[in-house]
Design a binder for this molecule. Structure first.
Ligand SMILES: Cc1cc2nc3c(=O)[nH]c(=O)nc-3n(C[C@H](O)[C@H](O)[C@H](O)COP(=O)(O)OP(=O)(O)OC[C@H]3O[C@@H](n4cnc5c(N)ncnc54)[C@H](O)[C@@H]3O)c2cc1C
Length: 495
């Protein structure tokens, strides 16, 4: 979609960043008649979840599966509201083992549905029976009382999750769960939202995991199902896209009132409303001096991020039976956190059909210590050191994979790999952090309403990580401009 700078220089709203959160905000505003522009520093929208082709297969850099795609699920309702649910082909994961957790000598297949999950956990951790019952009931209770996870509640002030509650570990300890169960749930959750059990607020754990427990889905064409639907709706709603152009500054008038955004230092989009969805740590580069208090800038710089990953992309003739429509995780007894240099998960990039086409698998591992500073990475092409690092890490990941999943030996071809630097290059997220800022009991969340009038924050770092968290956050960002009560009533009609 070509950007049309000359025709529209003044917008009702400008969205910075075209990830799931930014595009949800853009369509929400545009379908209510607002003139909207989206500015994205990458060449195409949605760089994080957009597929890329290597060899004979399409690979997913980020999105693999999610909760919330059942008919009344959080994402189905929101995407129906955005007019795009019918364009997305959600495929249920394997019913009796949507995830396969390797935990030391145990293999624990997780079934879909709360009752089945409770029975499975009880059979593996019989001493924690009572704690497991309590845990499942608490997760269910939080899901029905959390707006946008449930759409049945009356309108109220529910724009932020409470992060000041107890951690998952504290919750499980007080419920009497044995240590190994705490480690299992802590590491599994950490993979899906980036925060260890002793740091993650129980509600963040419960809501994210609860949607997976209830109804996990993958998509027929991976992240592209969502990207294509966004593209169609942006075009239908006449949203202007400025891709391959970064926002380099904000213009803020007296009394801290937003006047517009500068792109690539030479163009200006006039607007009184802007939703910023890139990583908050990058905000200090675009805020004019004096527009926020110095303490705010320090806080942005000190934000702690989730871990980063190294991804290996494989081409296979068939997805091995054991992991067909399943993801396989490597979790470690005796550890309270994921290990930073170990294999974490094998995820399929396609629902497993026996259709004779080659398939992609994605192997994710912790990235370990990063060898380059910013400058060395920028000069990587000259020095060659980056490519040596990437080749070394690829070899190591292959060895770790074959050790973890021996039946794959000799049946795959490595088609590419992605380092934390790759993720940082695509999204700007510092250190290639997987889920942006940590939602942690030790870190106060950023308020989506800033001290600059008309300037709001949204995205995975503000509300909750994952496609679902980003979409809800984008919708809430738009609600700052339109009013949440009106939007809530409209979205409720899409249940
Ligand atoms: C390896 C990996 C696997 C994952 N797997 C899953 C999964 O299976 N399921 C799931 O639900 N989630 C998964 N996630 C998480 C999920 O992809 C993210 O939480 C979500 O997509 C974040 O969306 P967002 O809109 O908040 O941020 P982003 O997608 O990061 O959007 C921010 C955008 O801002 C742009 N930007 C930055 N600076 C500027 C600037 N100055 N000017 C203009 N634009 C700018 C960036 O290029 C970027 O496109 C995964 C993530 C990773 C890294």
């Amino acid at each position: 979609m070509p950007a049309n700078r000359d025709k529209f220089v003044r917008y009702d709203a400008v969205i910075i960043g075209s990830g799931v959160s930014g595009l949800t905000a853009a369509i929400t505003l545009a379908q209510r008649g607002r003139k909207v522009a989206v500015v994205e520093k990458s060449k195409q929208i949605c760089p994080l979840i957009r597929r890329f082709k290597r060899g004979n297969v399409w690979c997913d850099p980020a999105f693999h599966y999610t909760g919330g795609f059942e008919d009344s699920g959080a994402l189905s309702v929101l995407f129906r509201y955005l007019g795009m649910r019918d364009m997305i082909h959600a495929v249920p994961m394997k019913d009796d083992a949507y995830d396969l957790l390797h935990f030391g000598h145990r293999q624990i297949p997780l079934p879909t549905g709360f009752d089945a999950l409770r029975d499975t956990l009880c059979s593996h951790f019989p001493k924690s029976r009572q704690a497991i019952h309590k845990y499942i009931e608490s997760v269910k209770a939080l899901m029905v009382s959390t707006p946008f996870i449930s759409y049945d509640m009356e309108f109220g002030d529910f724009t932020r999750l409470q992060n000041d509650s107890q951690s998952l570990t504290d919750y499980l300890q007080s419920a009497g769960a044995e240590e190994e169960l705490q480690q299992l749930l802590g590491q599994y959750g950490e993979f899906l939202y980036g925060v260890a059990g002793h740091e993650v607020p129980f509600p963040v754990h419960a809501i994210t995991m609860g949607t997976f427990y209830k109804s996990p889905h993958t998509l027929a064409h991976g992240g592209d199902d969502i990207v294509d639907a966004f593209e169609t709706r942006l075009e239908q709603e006449g949203v202007d896209l400025f891709c391959g152009q970064a926002v380099t500054g904000l213009k803020v008038a007296n009394e801290r009132r937003l006047q517009g955004v500068e792109i690539d230092g030479d163009a200006f989009l006039e607007t009184e409303n802007c939703i910023y969805t890139a990583h908050p740590g990058l905000l200090s580069h675009i805020l004019p001096r004096g527009s926020v208090k110095p303490a705010y800038i320090s806080r942005l710089k000190d934000l702690e991020n989730t871990f980063s990953t190294f991804a290996l992309y494989l081409e296979v003739d068939e997805i091995p039976e054991r992991i067909a429509n399943t993801n396989m995780y490597k979790l470690l007894p005796g550890e309270n956190e994921l290990k930073s240099d170990s294999i974490l998960a094998i995820m399929s990039c396609d629902p497993a059909h026996h259709d004779g086409r080659k398939k992609a698998l994605c192997v994710l591992k912790g990235a370990g210590n990063l060898p380059f500073g910013e400058e060395a990475y920028r000069n990587r092409k000259k020095s060659g050191a980056y490519y040596d690092y990437k080749a070394r890490e690829t070899e190591k990941a292959v060895r770790q994979l074959e050790d973890f999943f021996p039946e794959i030996k000799g049946k795959f071809k490595v088609v590419d790999s992605a380092t934390p630097y790759t993720y940082e290059r695509y999204t700007g997220t510092p250190g290639g952090s997987m889920y942006g800022v940590k939602h942690s009991v030790n870190q106060i969340g950023l308020n989506p309403v800033t001290s600059i009038v008309g300037f709001y924050l949204a995205g995975q770092s503000i509300l909750m990580p994952g496609v679902m968290g980003a979409a809800i956050s984008g919708f809430l960002g738009a609600s700052k401009i339109i009013g949440l009560e009106k939007l809530w009533k409209e979205v409720q009609k899409c249940r």
